[in-house]
Write a protein that binds this ligand. Structure first.
Ligand SMILES: *Cc1c(COP(=O)(O)O)cnc(C)c1O
Length: 431
């Protein structure tokens, strides 16, 4: 794990091999896996807190509010750890809103994003008195206006602008191009702002954008910020006050260990291009992956090593239902032995037991050849890992474990068969 340790340039990783066995903080991953079974997610609390503090330090010079994007890792313990550091939450459903509140987020630090809010979700947001709703279409603003009027309140809203910049990331996680479903074009948005300003149920408070996820260069952010700055001036020119600019999330992490812009580079770029102080806006940030992506791993056990013509398959007990990023986004994740054997590397496919060809964690990957029963760790699985898990193939979802101070807590239990069939019923006519 030398390479991984070095990727953060001297910063403690809290996840590394000691002698030959992988540790999270000072706890051996073998011991956790032995106790809770595999597959399981293991996260480092220290690493999470360090990421949050580093992010906050990078933006300390500007008036800002960081709202953790709950969808990246929605576990209550993770959300609680983040809100304890003073962060707010960015939520995209009433389920996430409930999670944020239950985990201790203050309503005035919660923003509600997402392209299709239901009336019930809008009502819940207003009921709890959250900071604002990010609206993504005129139709949605009309609904918010109506629901707020019915409640006799004015809903604080921002409108998500689609700045039409190419985030140069995987096409499934690009959101800021005109052809994407997200936000409103800047030209059209001006009319929407002018209209919304006259509505009794709406209180316009700011502007919003989010150009994509796992972005690996700074130029798309700089370009988006320049466009947002111009847009803010234009809206104010119409006599509409704007008090914040929400710039979404999207900063990538070095999954394959190639160098990427740091949090500090990102902060500098955003602040230079947007000039929040000069523009008189509070900066709102919605980071997800950059805070939780590298806090942990999915631990699996090798079931079989199978040779098939030229290929070698390592079949593990974790599968695409546990961790979808490789099959969904063709994502690269480092895979390391939990305990090294010191054997030579061979090229293998690491695959799961699910009946789909897309059920892989790595293809053509050189790793030390494991034996049956060995454990492997799929690294950097803290973001969009458990949150995307499903019960496909009637597989119970994996437990999640949080390590802190030489100890660990199971922060989500492994699902049981009863969990799998909860709510299902065989109707009388079939019994
Ligand atoms: C997903 C999402 C985020 C977080 O994105 P990351 O790439 O994880 O930083 C922030 N804001 C919105 C609106 C999102 O949809």
């Amino acid at each position: 794990m030398r390479a991984a340790a070095n990727a953060r340039g001297g910063i403690m990783t809290h996840i590394e091999h000691r002698k030959d066995t992988l540790h999270v903080e000072s706890v051996a991953v073998e011991a956790i896996a032995e106790a809770v079974g595999t597959p399981c997610y293991v996260y480092s609390h220290a690493r999470l807190v360090e990421n949050v503090r580093r992010f906050e330090a990078a933006f300390a010079a500007v008036d800002h509010l960081t709202c953790y994007s709950v969808k990246a890792n929605p576990n209550l313990a993770i959300v609680a750890a983040v809100t304890r550091e003073g962060l707010g939450c960015d939520v995209v459903s009433s389920g996430e809103l409930e999670r944020a509140l239950r985990a201790g987020a203050r309503p005035e630090r919660i923003v509600f994003s997402g392209a299709g809010k239901t009336d019930d979700e809008i009502d819940a947001a207003l009921h709890h008195g959250i900071r604002m709703l990010n609206a993504e279409s005129r139709g949605e603003l009309e609904r918010i206006d109506r629901v707020a009027t019915r409640r006799g309140v004015r809903a604080p809203v921002s409108v998500r602008i689609n700045p039409d910049v190419d985030a140069k990331t995987h096409r499934y996680v690009t959101t800021g191009l005109r052809e994407n479903k997200f936000g409103i074009d800047a030209d059209e948005a001006l009319d929407v702002y002018t209209w919304a300003h006259t509505r009794p149920g709406l209180a316009i408070t700011g502007v919003d954008c989010h150009i994509g996820s796992n972005i690996r260069s700074l130029e798309p952010f700089a370009e988006a910020m320049r466009r947002m700055r111009t847009f803010i001036e234009t809206v104010r020119g119409r006599g509409i006050p704007i008090d914040h600019c929400d710039i979404g999330g999207g900063l990538g992490i070095p999954y394959d260990r190639s160098p990427l812009p740091s949090i500090e580079d990102y902060a500098r770029t955003v602040v230079d291009a947007l000039d929040p102080a000069g523009s008189g806006v509070q900066l709102l940030l919605e980071p997800g992956r950059i805070l939780v992506g590298d806090i942990g791993m999915l631990v699996c056990r090798v079931l079989y090593v199978k040779r098939h013509g030229e290929r070698t398959f390592v079949i593990v007990d974790g599968a695409m239902n546990d961790f979808m990023r490789p099959c969904l986004y063709e994502a690269h994740h480092e895979i390391v032995p939990v305990t090294r054997r010191g054997a030579d590397a061979v090229v293998v496919d690491v695959v799961g037991p699910v009946c789909e060809t897309t059920d892989f964690f790595a293809l053509d990957r050189a790793i030390e050849l494991p034996h049956r029963g060995d454990r492997l760790a799929v690294l950097d699985a803290g973001a969009y890992g458990f949150g995307l898990a499903s019960n496909f193939n009637s597989r119970p979802r994996a437990p999640e474990v949080l390590v802190r101070n030489g100890d660990y807590t199971v922060v989500r239990a492994r699902e049981s068969f009863e969990d799998l069939v909860r709510g299902e019923r065989i109707p009388d006519f079939l019994t």
